[in-house]
Ligand binder design. Structure first.
Ligand SMILES: *Cc1c(COP(=O)(O)O)cnc(C)c1O
Length: 495
């Protein structure tokens, strides 16, 4: 049966998967959700014999029903190739009583690569399907990580351009180096004289400029966005949960049908929502363990039913989870409201206005699949140190938050169900925090020396992503004032 996509904020509207991918966000501000969650149509046993790419096809074909087999296979082939440093794409590593699903073997050594390596291909295929001749221009403001992952995904993809604005003095030296060394004629990286909010506001302004849009249309361009609420990012994330289960089955770690738990270090709620969708497809998942850092809005939400962003924003050693508005939660809200768009819109309006909302008891009763908790900075560091000492495996700070929360869950519930922990970044991406957690003596070293030291103690090669930026030439040195951002876009597109 075909899957169509509805907005979480209004009734009626229904678009195909390719239209939803092209649009990103619905015009009413809502998120696109599938009208039903399709069931897996292969047995778990059959799935256990498949490669990552084959598994991805089996999952994605069920959601992206207006894509042909050839289109989907082509997208998958182009995404999950030698850009990843292992054929397995997402290996599973057993350590300290859990299975770590390593989602960081892509070009920027973090889990955003899992989706951003395929989104450009889904976008261009969607454009072709909908008879759009224009080149797609991706415009992104970044505080560091997403920018590079998007650049790596779109670089060299025909029919696309990507322009990334970052705060010139607001990203780490490594993050900046990663971006300004990005190859590809279709890429542009610009440091702006301002902070991340200035960059984001500038991008929104350019997006909303009707005159510019008309001029672009004339020259054969149109804007699109690569942000994490696009279903073209969500659907590819479901695949690795199916793959992980199938792998455990293949290796005899679980019996067919035996439930597993999944623990996910959470920020925007995209990754864990993908696990929830996998469960709803029929994958035997018990609890979805939602791990937060000190920005624990989600923990409070799961314990009280109140979502409240009015609180101090804490900077932690797991920056990709430093978030007070988890955008993808809206999809879960819609679901537990019984697909009630009016109710969802009302709650989101309250979030926009007062910065908080409270769900009904009926809605709260449907959250029993989830367990929420959080880990503070010290617990996170202790978890890295302990797991390293016990078994030599080194976690990054985000993954360590999930490992710490999983520990709390087990202690509280005595639930011994086998558990997969989503490992969202390589420890080489957050080397300083990781090495300091293991021994404060490392703090004296520079970043590259730290990477070498980590390589030695963890017995893992320094990833290519880090090796490369040591020597790669800077190819982007453009800077501009905030009010010049639009001119930079015009110049790059030769408008
Ligand atoms: C983005 C990110 C997360 C959070 O994932 P969400 O899908 O936003 O919940 C966790 N860890 C790392 C390393 C990330 O980059």
């Amino acid at each position: 049966m075909d899957v169509l996509y509805h907005s979480t904020r209004s009734e009626g509207l229904a678009v195909t998967a390719s239209e939803a991918i092209l649009k990103g966000l619905s015009e009413d501000g809502g998120l696109f959700v599938p009208d039903h969650i399709p069931a897996l149509d292969k047995s778990l046993k059959e799935l256990s014999g498949l490669s990552y790419q084959e598994t991805a096809y089996e999952v994605m074909k069920l959601f992206l029903t207006d894509f042909t087999k050839e289109e989907l296979k082509d997208c998958i082939q182009k995404a999950y190739d030698e850009k990843f440093d292992t054929d397995e794409i997402a290996p599973l590593v057993e350590a300290e009583g859990a299975y770590y699903l390593e989602l960081f073997h892509g070009p920027t050594i973090a889990f955003k690569d899992m989706a951003l390596s395929i989104l450009p291909h889904l976008l261009t295929a969607s454009a072709r399907k909908n008879h759009i001749q224009n080149d797609i221009v991706i415009l992104t403001a970044t505080s560091g990580d997403t920018g590079k992952a998007a650049l790596a995904g779109f670089a060299g993809v025909e029919g696309t351009r990507i322009i990334v604005f970052y705060p010139k003095n607001g990203v780490s030296p490594i993050q900046e180096k990663q971006m300004v060394t990005q190859k590809g004629d279709n890429t542009l990286v610009v440091g702006i004289h301002g902070n991340f909010d200035d960059a984001q506001t500038g991008v929104k302004k350019i997006f909303g400029d009707k005159a510019l849009a008309a001029e672009m249309e004339q020259k054969g361009f149109q804007f699109s966005s690569a942000n994490s609420i696009n279903i073209g990012r969500l659907v590819p994330q479901i695949c690795y949960y199916v793959y992980a289960y199938a792998k455990l089955l293949k290796e005899g770690k679980i019996a067919e049908g035996e439930p597993i738990n999944v623990a996910v270090p959470t920020g925007n709620f995209g990754n864990i929502l993908a696990a929830f969708y996998a469960k709803n497809m029929g994958l035997p998942i018990g609890k979805l363990i939602c791990a937060s850092n000190e920005n624990k809005v989600l923990y409070d939400f799961f314990s009280t039913g109140v979502y409240d962003r009015n609180r101090e924003f804490v900077l932690t050693s797991s920056p990709s989870m430093d978030i007070l508005i988890s955008s993808n939660l809206e999809r879960l809200i819609y679901r537990i409201a019984g697909s009630d768009a009016k109710k969802t819109k009302e709650l989101m309006a309250a979030l926009g206005g007062q910065g908080k909302y409270e769900i009904t008891d009926d809605m709260k009763a449907q959250l029993s699949d989830f367990y929420g908790n959080f880990a503070g900075e010290e617990e996170t560091a202790l978890t890295i140190a302990k797991i390293y000492r016990d078994c030599g495996y080194v976690l990054d700070t985000h993954t360590a938050v999930a490992a710490a929360v999983y520990g709390k869950y087990k202690a509280e519930t005595k639930d011994e169900t086998k558990t997969v922990i989503a490992s969202t970044a390589s420890p080489f991406k957050f080397t300083r925090s990781v090495m300091n957690a293991i021994d404060p003596k490392y703090d004296a070293m520079d970043d590259f020396a730290l990477a070498d030291a980590l390589s030695q103690i963890a017995n893992v090669e320094v990833p290519k992503a880090i090796q490369e930026i040591r020597t790669a030439p800077v190819v982007h040195d453009k800077q501009c004032d905030v009010d010049q951002m639009q001119n930079v876009v015009r110049e790059f597109l030769k408008l």
